[in-house]
Write a protein that binds this ligand. Sequence first.
Ligand code: FE2
Ligand code: FE2
Length: 205
Amino acid sequence: MEYSKWLYALSEECRREFKGRRMESHDLNHSMRVWKNAEKLGKEFNADMEVLVAAVFLHDVGVAHTNDLKHGKESARIARKALERIGFPEGKISSALEAIEQHDDVKKQRKSLESKILFDCDNMDAFGAVGVFRYLDIYAKRGWGIREIAEHVCENVKERFRNLHFRQSRKICRENYEFTRKYFLKLKKELGSNYFRKKEEKREN
Ligand SMILES: [Fe+2]
Ligand SMILES: [Fe+2]
């Protein structure tokens, strides 16, 4: 497989960016989970596997430097240098960077197959037991409280599933999606209703 020769170098680039940073929701292990599904879909859809593997392993390197929801541009900036450093085919760099830059933009109309596959497989990792951890970890790092997270994720998780491009993607992650959706619904329920929170807030003011 032509593309597998990039796996080691790309993993090392990703590992290096996250070194010394506790960012388990978006580090190399996340990319490896994304790749597991992306490799499957990429082969099925006849994607450019070199572009895909580069996009997957570098799509979140920007998160090593910013907690921002929008980190695709920062990832692309770092990824360009990484791809040049490892001698990645020049003619494929812009396609990989396009997928990386677009991966965090829900509203973006993705044109390339590789960009769609990255988007789907990245979102799949928000589901399941790992997905629950990732949601809690990243939003806590962004300074959100548990109640805010629960309310936001109950909607966000449905949107993520709805936005998947491929029927095959939904098939792969449906069970994990249901797990995450139910977890956050239960969390929201256990935390209590808005009614009491609003009363508490009023008393504090
Ligand atoms: Fe991301
Ligand atoms: Fe990601």
